[in-house]
Design a protein. Sequence first.
Length: 255
Amino acid sequence: MRAAILAFVYSPEVRMSQRFQTILLFGAPGAGKGTQGKILGSVPGFYHLSCGEVFRTLDMSSRIGRTFQEYSSKGKLVPDDVTIEMWHQNMHARTVLSDYKPKADLLVLDGIPRNVNQAKLLKNHLDVLQIIHLVCPNKEEMIKRLRRRALKENRVDDAKEEVIRKRWEVYEQETFPVLDYYPKSIIREVDATGSPARVLEHILEWVVPIQESHFNNPITGEKIDHPATPNGVHPAPAFSSRRAKAGTKRPSKKR
């Protein structure tokens, strides 16, 4: 049954008209987009998808899979329109299988868009509510961090300084300009050099208000009457209000 559904959603006739309410995790190589995305994706109400996951789960027997293989086997970059089509079909498969629920989950993307052209191609598919820009003030320190991480994970080739600097060069020339494509009013900067927990704390201060103001409580399904505010304040109803909603009364004092 699952195979039949996947065959349907990956067919070229399938089209989607909805725009997903989305937060983009944005930053230089090694900024921690994948780490923070995975953490957010484990929280009810958030759904994380990386561009790498789209490539890893691609059905190579499908039309788009064969097109991808045609480019990658020759060491060529996959064209932007092909990349976005792969992402598009992958997202649709996840919605059909109810893995991702657009009306209940705030989509968190990392690794896409990689350039301005991809951002334009995604315009009809995404309603970008906020961009979390993980800022790396010290480039040289981040290069050292990338190298240490690659060595720790036994990825010797990725630990070469020239490889790391090339990745940064591509980011600065192609990906960083994406920030200028989106309104400055939705971009929030977070220092990426702290511990994962500290970085997460600052990300949550921005994304929780977005999630609570656009979606119901993911556990109860109820509307959130008092959404958190961007300054980190998380208001709670007064004691009497909570009791009233629960249909109970405040216990009377004994005389």
